[in-house]
Design a protein around this ligand. Structure first.
Ligand code: ADP
Length: 156
């Protein structure tokens, strides 16, 4: 049976930190779905279409990485597509404290789900979409923090 993992997030926008986690997850699974959760209450900087396009352009040569969008609970999306693994990145103890109850609750809701945490490499530990958005909104150069293919699309 193929090992399907979901890497859920907002990816507003995808960063080199996300890419590092994804590239390291590729050898562990048969398929990784980068899944953008749709939350109608939340305001995003980049449209859903743009966020998907940034990811797709970055992984166009990696057939194991696919994209999807979903509404509602992440575990229900996992059930629907037959994914048994959730991938999350950890940058700090704050990430860990935030992620721990979510992983435990997800396991309560769907006990076949295993959350796999990958610890960031030090050179990406300070990178977050939140900070990248602030730099972008204030006309700063974000090119070193996002994948090259996404940068090209942003400027096309
Ligand atoms: P969310 O809105 O769910 O936090 P994000 O798009 O911000 O979604 O992040 C998705 C996942 O990527 C999360 O597990 C987050 O911890 C991880 N992540 C984000 N930036 C980094 C980074 N620089 N290094 C490692 N993991 C990261």
């Amino acid at each position: 049976m193929s090992k399907i993992a979901v890497f859920p997030g907002s990816f507003d926008p995808i960063t080199t930190g996300h890419i590092d986690i994804l590239q390291r997850a590729v050898p562990l699974f048969d398929e990784i779905i980068v899944a953008i959760g749709i939350n109608s209450q939340k305001k995003y900087l980049f449209s859903l279409e743009d966020r998907l396009a940034f990811i797709e352009a970055t992984f166009e040569d990696e057939p194991k990485v696919k994209t999807a969008t979903y509404k509602g609970l992440t575990v229900n999306f996992c059930k629907d597509i037959g994914a048994k693994y959730l991938v999350r990145g950890l940058r700090s103890n704050l990430d860990f404290e935030y992620e721990k109850p979510i992983a435990q609750l997800n396991s309560d809701l769907h006990n076949a789900i295993e959350t796999i945490f990958l610890i960031t490499q030090p050179q990406y530990g300070h990178i977050s979409s939140t900070i990248i958005r602030e730099i972008y909104k204030n006309d700063g150069d974000i090119s070193q923090f996002i994948p090259e293919a996404a940068w090209k699309l942003m400027n096309s």
